[in-house]
Design a protein around this ligand. Structure first.
Ligand code: GLU
Length: 465
């Protein structure tokens, strides 16, 4: 039987890191087994679901390039399908209408809590015939049996759930819309889902879903509940620990494959390997390689990994990726040409994010408007030196070996080390003391622009004294 997995987010917010990891595991499992991966948007909760979040989730999938084979399905469009199965449960006496008012349920909860009992529905409407009722919810009629629910979780092993922990839970809200557990079970069955990998916060739903599967005569899928992602303080990963929305990582200049590589390691391991291509992730992925204990989200490791991916990227591809960042920074659309790719190469080895790259490339497009004060003080006391360099540069063929000769001449004449020559040039060209190598910059900026910047800087220094 082929493997079918799914990712089933509720569009009540942006796709978050934990969700993307779940999606990735499902995706890898399907791909590894030549199976199918489905995207299903669980938007039945009309109060909390928003279309813009569905759009953003789908966009995020496009960004990370996790292609789904089927979907996206929207549960909000599948009402008729659910009705059919609800009717069936009612006809077969496996579900019933409940007319208990909010007040009654509230009082019930209060008195149970006061008596030290875990709040649960007492089955008040279970035996009554509420056929003609207008305002009702539909509850699942819990089978009366002493049997426990048992299933083999692919990560946690055997899990036993005592039926006494479950009550006649609601499967359809009073507005006629099915609840998550019900819609999920029907969809998983109709979509042929064989394996469900999801966060272990859903463990408590699993028993209800198994009961529903049994009542509806559906095959029970295999379950793998992955431990939550934690923050550094071992509490559940949340905004307090760093950005949790996937789109923030996109905006901050993370590469999608670096992010996926980082996420796969939050739970999955293959020897000590840290860097995985997508092909390797697919090849090695196995639910047996998912750990039982929670992983801690480490933003600096993600940053490190991102830098590794940037370093290893083909420059022309990286150029396309950095383009929106530099365009946004400059407020104009930049064109990709050979020169742009050369610029990219000069910062590729030193930047950790695309945003940083854009920042470090900015000077190529804008003449510096100010100069780092500390650097000026430390390296630029001799205007003669800069004048000399400029003079020599004016008369030279603009290539690396000629420019190197000039540097050598000046080093000899002024008895200086390279740094003392490079830094003033660097500050003149970029305004900063940290930048790509000076020859690379001089060549990319070209003779005219480089000399213009040198001249401008000398003027600035002259004006200061
Ligand atoms: N809509 C549920 C959620 O976003 C799906 C849970 C599941 O995978 O069954 O948490």
């Amino acid at each position: 039987m082929s493997i079918i997995t799914r990712f089933a987010p509720s569009p009540t917010g942006f796709l978050h890191i934990g969700g993307l990891r779940t999606a990735l595991f499902n995706y890898l499992y399907a791909r590894h087994n030549n199976g199918k991966f489905i995207l299903r948007i669980e938007d039945t909760d009309s109060e909390r679901s928003e279309e813009r979040f569905s759009d953003l989730i789908i966009k995020a999938f496009r960004w990370v390039d996790l292609k789904f084979d089927d979907g996206p399905y929207f549960q909000s469009q599948r009402g008729e399908i659910y009705s059919k199965y609800i009717d069936r449960l009612i006809e077969e006496g496996k579900a019933y209408k409940c007319c208990c008012s909010r007040e009654r349920l509230k009082k019930l909860k209060e008195s149970q809590t006061a008596n030290g009992i875990k709040p649960h529905y007492d089955g008040f409407c279970r035996g009554t015939n509420n056929e003609a009722a207008e305002n009702f919810t539909i509850r699942f009629k819990l089978p009366k049996t002493d049997e426990n629910i048992e299933f083999d979780d692919l990560i946690h092993g055997k899990i036993l759930i005592n039926l006494s922990e479950i009550d006649d839970f609601i499967i359809v809200r009073s507005n006629g819309i099915p609840m998550y557990n019900f819609a999920c079970v029907v969809d998983d069955a109709l979509m042929g889902v064989t394996d469900i990998i999801r966060g272990d916060d859903h463990l408590s739903n699993t028993s209800k879903q198994i009961l529903l599967c049994r009542a509806l005569g559906f095959d029970i899928p295999r379950y793998a509940h992955v431990p939550m992602i934690l923050g550094a303080d071992k509490k559940r990963f949340s905004k307090r620990h760093g950005a949790i929305s996937v789109n923030v990582y996109k905006e901050e200049g993370y590469l999608p494959d670096a992010l996926l590589n980082y996420l796969v390691r939050l739970g999955f391991s293959y020897n000590d390997q840290e860097i995985f291509s997508m092909e390797e992730m697919i090849r090695y992925f196995d639910i047996k390689r998912l750990g039982k204990s929670a992983s801690v989200f480490n933003p600096s490791k993600l940053l490190w990994l991102n830098a590794v991916y940037i370093k290893n990227r083909v420059p022309s591809i990286l150029a396309e990726e950095v383009l929106p960042f530099i365009s946004a920074l400059l407020g104009t659309t930049v064109k990709i040409d050979e020169k742009f790719v050369e610029m990219v190469k000069t910062v590729q080895q030193r930047a950790k994010t695309l945003k940083e790259m854009a920042d470090q490339m900015r000077f190529y497009f804008e003449t510096p408007s100010d100069y780092e004060e500390k650097g000026v003080k430390k390296y630029c006391s001799s205007i003669d030196l800069l004048n000399k360099i400029m003079l020599l540069m004016k008369d030279v063929q603009w290539n690396e070996s000629e420019l190197k000769k000039i540097a050598q001449n000046v080093m000899d004449e002024f008895q200086l080390k390279m740094l003392k020559i490079a830094q003033p040039i660097r500050i003149a060209l970029t305004g900063k003391t940290v930048s790509p190598g000076i020859y690379e910059m001089l060549l990319i900026l070209g003779k005219e622009e480089s000399l213009k910047r040198m001249e401008r800087f000398i003027k600035f220094l002259n004006a200061k004294v």
